[in-house]
Design a protein. Structure first.
Length: 417
């Protein structure tokens, strides 16, 4: 069974046309060629194929030009004439979503399991939920186009499996993509979760206005996705952008500048992970305010960052100043290295704290002072918690153009193996 090798998907012309039709509602072939800068012949070929496949339709004529020329034929997406399944896999749960051609999620369900559960136990649970969805809505199965999977770790794209994953113990070098392609007889796209999030922001979120961007994810760990000239830069095993493995090294010439966060960590991923930030804030509140552990134990990161407890604000901001300094170092280095047009920050940490965002921007500006680079905007991601699932959905929709893409065959696997 063929599995789409998303590593080899470099040209976004076809998906851009489909997305533009989705975005505009109705649009002509001429306008598509003009907006995408793709030749009229190529646009016509792609459009004709989409019409033949039933994904878009001609819906009438547009207005005449000023010169009174021939009225253009308008095109419109038929959103419910095809569906994709998106899977977002984590250590303790997976998100299963069904989306139409408009990238609209029409059904979503969470599959919980225990941290440490093996791939052999988890994949049948996910498949059972998918089967249940299809039983409720047979049209989803009948018009299923493909499946997209977002997963943390390094990926062997040719085999469709993980080669390294910190949070998914026992999942490495076990069939993953092929399990679903064999069971449901559709192509499967597998991608690193941060890369998928980046792709989603590029096509559907805060990065729609640029073909050169970096999306930094701050969560259980730290990572980044990189878009250059509209292409997702993955590296050999999808590990490009693994900022968490960058060593603190010379950046810690003066550890006293991060006296709260620094506890002898060696890498950025350890010191900037979400849980460490929360633990550091709680510990400092205990010590500075002389209160018991029980009084801070139930505090959440969201309420601390959103200043719900105003009495803790000075302490929270002191720790965030340190966090912002480290985050700004990474942003500055990425700007210098990639000359990127935009940096997008994603994750609860940044989404809940305007203070952290402003502080990071300020430090980056200071770091770039007297360096001949244009100002690089730093923004918060628009897709938030739906970033990864929206990204894999967007990737799964690419297989509408499967004959135009390179594919690889991988060994078959049974859902019960």
């Amino acid at each position: 069974m063929n599995v789409v090798n998303s590593q080899l998907i470099k040209e976004l012309n076809e998906i851009r046309i489909l997305n533009l039709v989705k975005k505009e509602g109705t649009i002509s072939r001429v306008e598509l060629a003009k907006r995408t800068k793709i030749s009229k012949v190529a646009v016509s070929d792609i459009v004709n194929r989409l019409i033949e496949a039933g994904y878009i339709a001609e819906v009438g004529k547009g207005g005449s030009t000023r010169k009174g020329g021939k009225r253009p034929t308008l095109l419109k997406l038929i959103p419910n004439n095809g569906f994709v399944v998106g899977l977002e896999i984590h250590s303790a749960f997976s998100r299963v979503a069904v989306a139409n051609l408009q990238s609209e999620i029409v059904y979503e369900e969470i599959v919980p399991y225990e941290v440490g559960d093996t791939i052999v136990h988890v994949l049948p649970q996910i498949a059972a939920v998918i089967d249940s969805i299809f039983e409720k809505k047979p049209v989803y199965r009948k018009k299923l186009i493909s499946i997209g999977i977002g997963v943390p770790g390094f990926i062997d794209y040719e085999k469709g499996e993980l080669v390294f994953a910190v949070t998914l113990h026992g999942w490495v070098q076990h069939p993953l993509a092929s399990v679903f392609s064999e069971k449901y007889k559709v192509p499967v796209v597998i991608e690193n979760d941060v890369n998928a999030r980046t792709y989603g922001e590029h096509l559907l979120g805060a990065g729609q206005d640029t073909d050169n961007m970096v999306c930094i994810w701050l969560g259980e760990g730290l990572g980044a996705g990189i878009i250059v000239d509209g292409n997702l830069i993955r590296g050999r095993f999808g590990s490009a952008g693994e900022l968490g493995y960058i060593e603190l090294g010379h950046h810690l010439a003066n550890p006293s500048l991060i006296k709260n966060l620094y506890t002898n960590q060696h890498r950025f991923g350890s010191i900037l992970r979400e849980q460490h930030l929360l633990d550091t804030i709680k510990l400092k509140i205990q010590y500075d305010m002389h209160i018991e552990h029980d009084e801070v134990d139930n505090l959440t990161l969201e309420e601390l960052l959103l200043d719900i407890h105003n009495e803790y604000s000075p302490i929270v901001r002191e720790v965030l100043d340190e966090y912002a300094m480290l985050l700004a170092i990474l942003c500055t280095d990425l700007i210098k290295t990639l000359n990127t047009s935009k940096i997008i920050l994603s994750g609860k940490v940044i989404e809940c704290s305007e203070y952290l965002l402003d502080k990071c921007r300020q430090i980056v500006h200071e770091n770039m002072h007297n360096i001949p680079f244009q100002v690089t905007p730093i923004e918060v991601g628009a897709l938030k918690e739906e970033g990864c699932i929206k990204g894999v959905i967007a990737m799964a929709l690419q297989v509408i153009f499967e004959p135009l893409l390179k594919t690889k065959s991988i060994k078959k696997a049974s859902i019960t193996s």
